[in-house]
Design a protein around this ligand. Structure first.
Ligand code: 5RP
Length: 232
């Protein structure tokens, strides 16, 4: 196991300590979430009674294979916890997510939980976010024009004309679980005002959602070689 995988595993193990019997859980996506779901599966096999709402088809498949009972968000909200990873977090616990392409369902599930717990390893905690290109989920219809509008918004807010990169999987355009496309947009190296950018992007016709999570995470678990830090 690589050092980073080991840290992800440790963050996942710490997150599991927040889980109690009878809880309704939002299950995140990405490799750190998968480490968590694997640990959760072992606890479920040991008798823990929980029900999960997956944030992606991939997470659903993994959770089912481990015997974790899954349910519909419409029936289960509000969830007790949502446990997920992130691509960056600042010290306010605002996040960039979507590196794994699941930002839309992840945000819906996180917003439906009383508490979102985020698991990261050290270098993802930053003073100012923006080094990680911001994933933006866009309706396929007219997506090139939508990308141009995103660039226009960026210019208006002082980010110049950022590179907008249509995400691919191999040779094909990447499609999300909701059948949309994703643009990875290089606003950085630093996003000066995350909330202002988040609001502006949400108003662009064709944008379904973006990877800025403002005021959603309540607890951040940071795994470093020297130990685990929990920030609230
Ligand atoms: C998926 C996500 C992931 O949580 C994020 O990309 C972090 O992934 P990983 O745990 O593999 O580093 O937002 O859409």
């Amino acid at each position: 196991m690589s050092n980073i995988d080991h840290l992800k595993q440790q963050a996942a193990a710490r997150a599991l300590e927040f889980v109690g019997n009878g809880m309704r859980l939002g299950l995140g996506s990405g490799s750190t979430s998968e480490a968590f779901i694997n640990l959760l599966g072992a606890r479920v096999r040991g008798g823990l009674d929980v029900v999960g709402v997956p944030t992606s088809e991939r997470t659903a498949q993994l959770a089912r294979s481990l015997g974790i009972v899954l349910g519909d968000l419409n029936d289960l909200a509000p969830l007790d916890l949502c446990i997920d990873g992130a691509d960056e977090s600042d010290y306010n616990l605002d996040l960039i997510k979507g590196g794994g392409g699941a930002l839309l369902r992840e945000k819906i599930v996180a917003a439906s939980a009383k508490r979102m717990i985020v698991m990261i390893h050290g270098p993802k905690l930053v003073e100012k976010m923006g080094a990680f290109p911001l994933p933006i989920e866009v309706i396929e219809f007219g997506h090139v024009e939508t990308a141009r509008r995103i660039q226009a918004v960026a210019a208006e807010l002082g980010y110049g004309t950022p590179a907008v990169k249509l995400r691919h999987k191999g040779d094909a355009v990447y499609k999300t679980d909701s059948n949309n496309v994703i643009y990875d947009v290089a606003f950085g190296p630093v996003i000066a005002e995350t909330e202002k950018l988040a609001t502006a992007l949400s108003c662009v016709p064709g944008v379904v959602d973006h990877g800025l999570y403002i005021g959603i995470a309540k607890t951040l678990i940071v795994a470093r070689p020297e130990g685990i830090e929990v920030r609230e």
